[in-house]
Write a protein that binds this ligand. Sequence first.
Ligand code: NDP
Ligand code: 8X3
Length: 254
Amino acid sequence: MTKKALITGATAGIGQATARLLAKNGYDLIITGRRKERLDALKKELEENSPAKVLTLHFDVRHRNEVDKALSALPEEWKEIDVLVNNAGLAAGLGPLHEGDVDDWEQMIDTNVKGLLYVSRKILPGMVERRKGHVINISSTAGKEVYMNGNVYCATKFAVDALNKAMRLELVDHGVKVTSVNPGFVETEFSLVRFKGDREKAKTPYAGMEPLRAEDIAEVILFVLNRPDHVNINEIIVTPKAQANAFYIHREKK
Ligand code: NDP
Ligand code: 8X3
């Protein structure tokens, strides 16, 4: 039977690139996000260009009731999910904690940590029951080291790292694999979202260096999923060539 993957945050960036790659590689997909028109457009594109069947679910991961409602009412043929990619997430703002915007903090914690938990709580029991499944948590280099002014975003990704380890411990006896993928700089809508639509500011992280593309991370996810059943990649850190860690970037001067 065709494997089914649920990808959160498939309307842009890493989630969208992963949906495109998995669709070409034999998966049926549940794609989720808040922007319904983008989900509909992606479903159309994938169904026209690949053998994948696609179900769209339009919800905000921060709203527990919306998550519950969407994932409790899955059509019968979509109930057995093989792969969960916990990808939906964001950074909001970049500045010292003592000047931080509390609304930004709430948005990051509610999306990156609580949203991931709400979705996982709905999907993991089925994997445990079937003794089969693979969870891929998209964390970050920001979940491995704290960088200047990253504070709360880094804290949310450290939390994802902890949850990834907890899931692996608690699911190993149930035959479910758990992997964290930790990217460095990837040029997506991430920076535009972080800087609230300011296109000039959004370019600054990538000045004088070549960032990763969303497709680079999608390929890593497919590699992780394609390992033989007895092999699990516990975690993987992927950075651009010019990025040494979460905070040191080599930049070419023009
Ligand atoms: P994008 O901004 O391009 O995509 C983010 C995705 O998350 C969108 O599909 C968005 O969908 C979804 N999303 C955000 N908030 C919510 C919400 N409240 N409810 C539902 N969906 C939501 O960013 P990336 O692709 O770069 O980011 C994907 C993940 O990768 C994030 O977890 C991010 O932290 C992580 N990451 C990114 C890196 C980078 O440099 N780009 C590096 C390391 C990790 P919509 O707006 O339609 O709801
Ligand atoms: C996204 C990459 O370095 O902007 O997690 O935090 S970074």
